[in-house]
Design a protein around this ligand. Structure first.
Ligand code: UDP
Ligand code: MG
Length: 349
């Protein structure tokens, strides 16, 4: 199947009978945690099948792991739920993995969960209930407490969401995570968005429909450590900011106008000083401060412009968001079906 923007989707959603749910699990170096996570997900899938008659499929997206995550995933049993394993040709990042999961989902509704076991299935059950019982299209989770996080990080997070949400109609809830469920029509809408720079949390809010937040406490990681470094988060924030908001550009113009106004007032003041009090302006230090301040401001704003131009460039190049190496589909209770075509890419325009 091909989407409106020419992206090839390997497994069209119409494949399933009746209502179904695809659980998308991005995994990067999670070989140890995966079997535990899989056991939990299978139990959850069986429960959904029995209680609600939902057909469940689990899609593992191996994001170019170097610890054999892909092989471990391919060895997992499709015991009561179909299992797909999509392996990338290299590490493309979590956003790309989420998108691949969305593209390969064979059921309408899509639930995104981490591979490290931090997302409890009890909360996932609440998300399903928000969708099926209460009729919401997007059920997202947010951390109930951020208490054990460093102050500096909280400060950055608040600044980030402050900027992203400044003056926009549809605010992205701060603290919301990627752990969320999309109804079939919300998932469809998300698939149709053409941009390559993905900021999943923002985009899935942007599509609209009825949305609801569910608070939760993340569980401790099963193994390894979180993969975010300070610079990684910084890059992610800039990506999110520039793909979602032009507020930094607007701030640049506002700041420019403000500085111009201030210097005009100051110029008037100097003229007054000379004419009324006859003082000759000394002002070497103030001159230096003004010059360096304005120089710094200009560099900063050129940097901001550069970010947006870089963004335009990468959208223009039109490279695929991810490249699939292997993909495998195991139907519940059947043997492995390797999928064609190997090497399929996320977008082919
Ligand atoms: N992940 C991924 N690609 C990456 C980094 C992370 O697919 O380049 C996956 C990772 O395996 C996990 C999820 O994204 O399932 C969340 O990552 P992590 O636990 O490191 O982040 P946190 O829980 O702190 O948000
Ligand atoms: Mg985690």
């Amino acid at each position: 199947m091909t989407t409106s923007d020419g992206r090839v989707i390997a497994f069209p959603g119409a494949d399933s009978q009746g209502p179904g749910l695809t659980i998308v699990v991005p995994a990067y170096n999670e070989a140890e945690a995966l079997p535990h996570t899989h056991a939990k997900l299978l139990a959850f899938a069986r429960q959904l099948k029995e209680r609600r008659g939902l057909a469940v499929e689990i899609v593992y997206v191996d994001d170019g792991s170097r610890d054999g995550t892909g092989l471990v995933a391919q060895g997992l049993k499709a015991d009561g739920a179909d299992v797909q394993v999509i392996s990338f040709s290299r590490n493309f990042g979590k956003e790309a993995a989420l998108m691949a999961g969305l593209d390969h989902a064979r059921h309408g509704a899509v639930l995104f969960m981490d591979a490290d076991g931090q997302h409890p299935t009890a909360v996932a059950d609440t998300l399903v209930s928000r969708w099926l019982d209460d009729g919401y299209d997007v059920a997202f989770t947010y951390k109930a407490h951020r208490r054990d996080e460093p102050r500096l990080r909280t400060l950055f997070v608040n600044a980030f969401y402050g900027l992203v949400n400044f003056g926009v109609r549809h605010k992205i809830p701060s603290d919301a995570g990627d752990f969320r469920l999309l109804s079939p029509r919300a998932a469809d809408a998300l698939r149709r968005l053409p941009e390559r720079g993905r900021f999943f949390k923002g985009l899935s809010g942007w599509v609209g429909f009825r949305q609801i937040g569910v608070p939760y406490e993340p569980e401790p990681r099963l193994q390894g450590e979180a993969k975010w470094s300070f610079w990684g988060l910084m890059a992610f924030s800039i990506e999110g900011l520039t793909s979602f908001s032009i507020v930094p550009l607007r701030l640049a113009s506002l700041l420019g106008a403000l500085l111009a106004a201030l210097s005009f007032v100051y110029a008037l003041f100097i003229v007054m000083e000379t004419m009324v009090f006859g003082r000759v302006v000394p002002g070497y230090p103030s001159l230096l401060v003004a010059v360096t301040f304005i120089g710094g401001m200009q560099l900063l704003m050129i940097g901001v412009l550069g970010e947006y131009i870089g963004k335009i460039l990468s959208e223009l190049k039109g490279r695929p968001v991810y490249i699939v190496g292997d993909s495998v589909l195991k139907r519940a209770g059947e043997s492995v079906v390797p999928q064609e075509p190997p090497g399929a890419v996320g977008r082919t325009d």
